[in-house]
Structure formats: C-alpha cells, structure tokens
Design a protein around this ligand. Structure first.
Ligand SMILES: [Zn+2]
Length: 352
C-alpha cells in the first residue's frame, strides 16, 4: 500500500511592505479569527508597533488586551497562557524581534489558538517558522509549534530596528547553505528524510540574498524588504520539510552551544554565520566554498571572526568540539571534532 503522506502547514496571509502595520485588521479579519485579540510584546516592540496594533483593534471594537513580557522564558510562556485564559482570548498576536513571537507561538500552541506574527526586526527566521525556542537554565529548548496564520512585516518598522539585527537576519539566511549540506549528508549517511523541494527553496533563498548584497545597506528600507522576504521563504522551506533542517545544521548546533557557554554572547544570526564559515570548510575543505560564505557575510557587514563576535578563541573551540552533543541531529560534525581538528578549522578559516 502507498503510505507516503505530506502535511504542510503554511502561513495564509503574508503582508510585507511599507506601512502594512496599518492593515493588521484587514489581514486578521480575512482569517475569520474571532473573539478577543491578545497582543503579546516586549517593551521596545510595544513602543514601536504593539500599541499601534492594540489601538487599531480598539478602533474596530475588538476589545483587545495586551501583555508586555520582559524575558524569554517558560515563565513568560506560562504568564501569557494564564493571561489569555483569564481574558478568554480568541487569538494571539506576537509583536517583537523574536522573543515575543517565540513566546506567543508556544502559548498559542498550548492554548490551541491561532496566532499572528508581527516582527519588528528581521533578525531570524523564527518570525515565520513553526518552531519556538526559549532558554531554560543552561540549555535551550526548541519545540514544535504551529506556524503563524499571518505574518505582518512592516518594512518601515523593520528599517528602524538596530542595523545589527538586520545583518543577523542576513547571516541566518546565509547559513542555509551549510544547513542544507548537513541535511543532505544526514540523508546519505543516516537515511534522514530529505525534501528536494524544501532543500532547493532554502538554497535558492540564500542565493537570492547573496546576489542582493549590494542593496543591503544601513538606512535603506529596501534592505529590510529583501531580508524579511528571505526569512519568510526560509520559514516556508521549514514548513514544507516539517523540520528546521532546511535552515539549521551544524552551524546552529555551534551557535546553541555558544549560547550555553556565553549566555549573553552575540546575536543568534551572527553566531550561526561564523559557524557556517567553519562548517563549510568541514564539508568542502581548504579549497572549498568557505571563502564564499565568509565574503558574503563580510559584504553585508556581519561578523566573520571570533573577535568580531566578542567571543574568545577558547570558547569557540570548546563550542566546536561539543556542539554535536546539543541534540540528536546528524551533521558534518559527526560524533564530534577533536580539539586539534577544531583549532585547524577555526585557524584556516581565520575565525580565530
Ligand atoms: Zn537560525
């Protein structure tokens, strides 16, 4: 019997452009969401977008409620769940750079409610994907959650975010190259399911971003447009694969390990970018494409060295040699790198 199945859950309305925050009600009412909206944000996103979203709902007679959370934690997720139950929320909107959105999607999943993603920074692909992650103690929990029903990405708001958040989003996309290579490797060696469609889409997304590098400049609103479109496309690849594999390989393991070793280290995207220079070297050797990865990152002004990340060399080596332990995800790191090999890879690529 033919048993193959595919189940793809995608955002239904993706609204990207200048001033689209003003179209929140339209995007939401098309989804037939009913009941009280609960807007979840953190302090800065509340100021730049959250309160405007709340006002729009008030003007339309929706009786919205808002909760402003301070930190990404399971406590915050629980706070949102409790608040939503208390006010009998009908649906949730996450307004933020990533933290608030991750928390909203996890709470929405738990509550069985729909949620809408309103990113205020184009800093990573979590703004679109169905995956959420929050730190807990010295580890990081990544959980599957529903993807947003709609994404409302106002480039006017995104362009106002600190520039380093945008370059971090770019670097997260550039790391798709190595993520896909790791996925293909895992497919060949461990028979991990590989989706040609998701793999190709993820790679193409990275290619398009690299080709647009000239238009990605501070102060240029178009930059936010290019980056957020790439983040959406990357999120779609993950939805198609029903896995974060298309956008998360060894470079992500490396970054998660850095997060454990230096909790207030560098931005997620910047760490995975530097990680992907080294894992590209591990895939393709000294004459391989690691220079392309490095040059692409340098072109948009993202870090390419440990120094630029503000992380010391020893920590980079420790993260490289222990990253394979983070989770059960087969990558080019195999069952772990020796210290000598890690030093070699980091030195040849100029990371340390
Ligand atoms: Zn990422």
């Amino acid at each position: 019997m033919f048993e193959k199945r595919t189940w793809i859950r995608l955002p239904r309305n993706v609204v990207v452009g200048h001033g689209v925050l003003g179209q929140t009600i339209e995007a939401v009412s098309e989804l037939h969401l009913t009941g009280r909206p609960l807007v979840v944000s953190s302090p800065t996103p509340h100021d730049v977008a959250g309160k405007r979203v709340v006002e729009q709902f008030e003007d339309e007679g929706y009786d919205p409620s808002e909760i402003v959370i301070d930190e990404a934690s399971f406590d915050a997720v629980q706070q949102v769940i409790d608040h939503a139950s208390e006010i009998d929320a009908g649906f949730l909107l996450g307004v933020g750079g990533g933290k608030a959105i991750d928390i909203t999607k996890m709470a929405a999943d738990d509550l069985g409610l729909g949620f809408v993603s309103v990113p205020t920074a184009a800093s990573h692909d979590g703004i679109v994907s169905g995956r959420g992650s929050v730190p807990e103690g010295d580890t990081r929990h990544s959980v599957a959650a529903e993807p947003p029903l709609a994404v409302i990405a106002d480039t006017e708001v995104l362009a106002e975010a600190p520039w380093r958040l945008t370059t971090a989003g770019c670097a997260d996309i550039i790391s798709n190259y190595t993520a896909v290579r790791d996925w293909q490797l895992a497919h060949r060696l461990k028979n991990v399911h590989y989706s040609e469609y998701a793999g190709a889409l993820s790679q193409m997304t990275a290619e398009m971003l690299v080709e647009s590098a000239d238009s990605i400049k501070q102060g240029l609103e178009e930059s936010s447009w290019i980056v957020v479109k790439a983040l959406v496309s990357s999120g779609v690849a993950m939805s198609i694969a029903d896995s974060s594999r298309p956008a998360s390989g060894a470079e992500h393991l490396f970054s998660h390990q850095l997060d454990r070793l230096v909790p207030d280290g560098a931005l997620h995207g910047h760490q995975v970018g530097v990680g992907s220079i080294m894992t590209e070297y591990l895939h393709s050797g000294q004459k391989g494409k690691w220079k392309d990865a490095r040059d692409a990152l340098a072109a948009i002004g993202a870090p390419t060295t440990a120094d630029e990340l503000g992380i010391d060399d020893e920590t980079v080596i420790e993260a490289l040699t222990t990253a394979h332990q983070i989770r059960d995800r087969y990558t080019v790191l195999g069952d772990g790198m020796s210290e000598e090999a890690a030093i070699e890879a980091a030195t040849v690529t100029g990371v340390i």
